[in-house]
Design a protein around this ligand. Structure first.
Ligand code: DQA
Length: 147
């Protein structure tokens, strides 16, 4: 069995396609799930792609990785929690697997509150502003780092 990558998405990302298409594009959340699956399959890997609007649920999923040791890397778009949550960043350290941070938009070209990320200091890599394609790059890199 190849590497298993957990792809996590934070709040409002289930609304992609409807939410501010001028910022996030017209792709739906389902399109992103599909891209992650196709990218993983092309590398002989598997992905489990999840989204939640509940911070406690996200943290629970990260804890499960530490308990079950069933994923070799985490790709995460923490969405607004990127800029607010010490708790999410603290949780991401616990499983001791590589973390790849993804943002669809170029957060550095937007409001100043989006310029700071609690997750970036603990991430193996950060991708921002490549649109949904960033998820494909992140999954690809997560497979490299799982070797
Ligand atoms: C985002 C950028 C965040 O600032 C924002 O809160 C999001 C999405 C992105 O993918 O560009 O919800 O993470």
């Amino acid at each position: 069995m190849g590497p298993r990558i957990l792809v996590l998405n934070g709040p409002n990302l289930n609304m992609l396609g409807v939410r501010q298409p001028e910022v996030y594009g017209h792709n739906s959340y389902a399109d992103i799930v599909d891209l992650c699956r196709r990218t993983a399959a092309s590398r002989g890997a598997e992905v489990d792609v999840r989204q939640t609007n509940d911070e406690a649920e996200l943290i629970g999923w990260i804890h499960d990785v530490a308990r079950n040791r069933d994923f070799s890397a985490i790709v995460i778009n923490p969405a607004a929690w990127t800029h607010t949550s010490v708790a999410v960043a603290d949780a991401l350290v616990i499983p001791e697997v590589p973390v790849l941070e993804v943002h669809i938009s170029n957060v550095h070209a937007r409001e100043s509150f989006r310029h700071h990320s609690y997750v970036s200091p603990i991430a193996a890599g950060v991708i921002a502003g490549f649109g949904p394609a960033g998820y494909g790059y992140a999954v690809d890199r997560a497979v490299d780092l799982s070797a």
